[in-house]
Design a protein around this ligand. Structure first.
Ligand code: 5CA
Length: 159
């Protein structure tokens, strides 16, 4: 198991979760690839997206089926939003893009959870590398991340 994956397993254990991380031979770098590897729907894949809200890093956990509406995130975060670049993502989370887990980061990040994820029994999130994921209930995901549940998805008809 890669060191990055071991860090995620340790963070999950610390949070009281004995969930099984799966490392795949194939890529789980994108939500589509992760869904194919797991054999689940893309909606059940958790994207861990880092943004800067007024320059302060925040994390948005978004269903793979959704596109994040930056105006909605800006409204709940209370500051203008821009996407963090790859270098910033690595610095604030400790993980490279494609493997960023929802918790266990280098620095604690205010976290927002896409309400649509609560509609599933189980969702899957990245476990530190672009070929490792773990299953979690949305309720546990909310608890271990301390996330605020919000509507941040682009809805057809919005705007
Ligand atoms: N392992 C998968 C499924 S769990 C995963 O990590 N998906 S993800 O969506 O959370 O991570 C990939 C995301 O990183 C992309 O959706 C995209 O929003 C972002 N990304 C990709 N390339 C860059 C880049 N160069 N700079 C900033 N963000 C990027």
């Amino acid at each position: 198991m890669k060191a990055a994956v071991e860090r995620v397993v340790a963070a999950l254990r610390e949070a009281g979760l004995e969930t099984a991380v799966t490392e795949f031979a194939e890529s789980t770098r994108t939500a589509e690839e992760a869904a194919a590897a797991v054999g689940t729907t893309v909606g059940q894949i958790v994207k861990s997206l880092v943004f800067l809200a007024g320059g302060r890093p925040v994390l948005a956990l978004v269903s793979g089926a959704n596109r994040l509406d930056t105006a909605k995130l800006a409204a709940v975060a209370g500051a203008p939003i821009r996407r963090a670049d790859a270098e910033t993502v690595r610095a604030v989370t400790g993980y490279a893009i494609g493997g960023v887990p929802p918790m266990g980061h280098a620095t604690p990040l205010p976290t927002y959870l896409d309400a649509d994820l609560l509609g599933y029994d189980t969702v899957w999130a990245a476990a530190g590398t672009p070929n490792a994921v773990f299953p979690i209930t949305p309720m546990d995901l909310e608890r271990v991340t301390g996330a605020r549940v919000v509507d941040v998805a682009v809805r057809s008809g919005d705007g």
